[in-house]
Design a protein around this ligand. Structure first.
Ligand code: MD3
Ligand code: FE
Length: 209
């Protein structure tokens, strides 16, 4: 049975409409600068090399990448350009400061771009050594249907729509919840001139000292 918002996993905080239109537009400008320095690329699944439908890039000292040969990992450089990732924009660091309730700054911001057909299968985020730190997720552009379940694959899952300006904070138990993006809803936002959806996830990666 599909769960509703009443029983989201422990530590899951949903902050709908957290960012107003001006704040969303400012973040889009920040991300345009990031993408100009570190182009979106097509990630590939480990071993099979199957291409993901989501386009990705990063900013911060570390970025999450995946390819056929070396699989999921964090690294300091863009896999195509070989350059260091661009600095994390101050606006993103400030959001972490306000919301994360964590003593250390974010190291990675993964930028996911969804076109009208992109989706992301159910998965756990477990490539970070610091699992005590939360993950902060920001949605921009078209609305998507998001699913979040428990810590076991195949368990019950709740569905919710994430729309432009919504923030999700994953702390505690929810940090290891299975989650995915079923679909986006084209034409639901005017934020991005050419449509689509951007999701930003801010994370700590390295083990806390
Ligand atoms: C729940 N991104 O990048 S964001 C990802 O919309 C990812 O692009 C999705 O899953 C997206 O790994 C979902 C919301 C989110 C992010 C991290 C989580 C939910 C999470 C980590 C644990 C549990
Ligand atoms: Fe994830």
């Amino acid at each position: 049975m599909t769960r509703t918002m009443a029983d989201l996993p422990d530590g899951f905080r949903f902050l709908p409409d957290f960012l107003d239109r001006a704040a969303q537009e400012a973040l889009v400008e920040d991300i345009r600068a990031v993408v100009a320095a570190a182009p979106l690329y097509v990630p590939a699944m480990p071993r099979t090399g199957k291409e993901m439908s989501v386009r990705m890039t990063n900013c911060g000292t570390l970025g999450w990448v995946t390819d056929k040969e070396r699989g999921y990992r964090y690294q300091e450089t863009h896999p195509k350009t070989g350059k260091h990732w661009p600095e994390m924009p101050a606006r993103l660091r400030a959001l972490w400061e306000v919301l994360a309730d964590y003593p250390l700054p974010p190291e990675a911001c993964l930028v996911n771009f969804y076109d009208d057909t992109a989706k992301m299968g159910m998965h756990q985020d477990s490539d970070e050594a610091d699992m005590k730190a939360p993950v902060l997720s920001i949605s921009l552009g078209d609305t998507c249907l998001f699913r979040v379940g428990g810590t076991e694959r195949g368990g019950k899952a709740a569905s919710l729509k994430l729309k432009s300006g919504d923030i999700v904070l994953l702390a505690g138990k929810s940090r290891l919840a299975f989650h995915g993006v079923t679909r986006t809803y084209p034409g639901t936002s005017t934020l991005l001139k050419n449509g689509g959806r951007i999701n930003l996830t801010l994370r700590r990666v390295t083990a806390a000292p």
